[in-house]
Write a protein that binds this ligand. Sequence first.
Ligand SMILES: Cc1ncc(COP(=O)(O)O)c(C=O)c1O
Length: 407
Amino acid sequence: MNIPFSEVSKRIYRSEIRELLKWSRKEGVISFGGGLPDPSLFPIQDIIDITRDVLEKKGYLALQYGPTQGEPEMLEALARHMQESGDEASPDQICITSSSQQGLDLLSLLFIDAGAPVIMELPSYLGAVQAFHRCGADTIGIPLDEEGMDLDRLEIVLEEMAGASRKPRFIYTVPEYQNPSGITMSLEKREKLLKISRDRHILIVEDSPYRELSFTGNIFPSLWSLSGGKGVVMLKTFSKMLFPGMRMGWIVAEADLIDTIVMIKQSVDLCTPSFNQLILAEYIKRGKMRETIKKAIACYRPKLEAMLSSLEKHMPSEVRWSRPTGGMFLWLRLPEGIDTKEIFKSAIDHNVAYVIGRPFHCTDTGFNTMRLNYSFPTVEQIRKGIELLATVIRKALHCRGSRAASA
Ligand SMILES: Cc1ncc(COP(=O)(O)O)c(C=O)c1O
């Protein structure tokens, strides 16, 4: 049968990364692939206890449809959590979502028409690249340096666009411990980016899943709070600081924008599961969320240290990497001419897996890059895996050297 597919469906493509990561399930492979939390942190007994309480006391609400914006209890718990984190937001500035990916979906539906320009970091979170492309966005990448987006470049691009009567629908950024690079935007850049956005009336979408996972405790104010809640939409999720299985997150924005987001969300899923919201609201109220975040930091910090020291010890001198102070990822850059997709099979043969960097680029660049996750593997696996990866890279460098000599 010749089924007529929609234009949107034609913009959806198979994830190259997922295809490659199937190989990492081979027995014995140490994977630096997915962005998974360490499951030993999952507070299973607490969730069992709270679930029983919620069902006994509020089962009539938990198993019912709920308000599209979110359960009032949850909105209030989140407003308090944000206040404690220095990010003031009132319940009417919050909409609960089925995790951040739904937040990205709702914002794409709200702001992006086919061909509309959207600015993002280069590299940037793959799920955002996919969500924006699915709506037909013309994504424009601005390179990152060690302190975040290259804002001089951004200004040049915006000036050129203005000359062609074009304006981006928004600027998308992951300011802390960015996925995939691990880079954090400096305070100076945050202030400058906000000035650019104010002067040119461009909305900023601040995607902030890793902010709570700060290993130093020193974190710059969010764009949301620096802007006084004006001209910035913030996406939050429980997936990284707690657990992704409940698919819970929230959007923070000015109240009238939240109103519009709620209207869009109604047509998408009516409401986020009330059951999950009531469990998590209770989890937050009992102070458990803060505890879990503290445990996550204590678990991930030594893993990052193990990865950094192993890279230092084993990697050839031509390889460069980022030095994050939080989050879950680190970014590796190999010399030009080495394609991390081409050497992936060799890595699997050596029992180590990573994520290739190119799909994180909305331009056709980044062939020589890779993302490494340190939250999921154990410290021992990290040490061993980096040693194996260094062997793979050394071999690739050697092959490249031999090819150059015989050319
Ligand atoms: C920057 C960023 N945004 C959003 C997401 C989506 O996460 P979730 O839908 O689980 O909240 C991720 C997941 O890796 C991410 O790294």
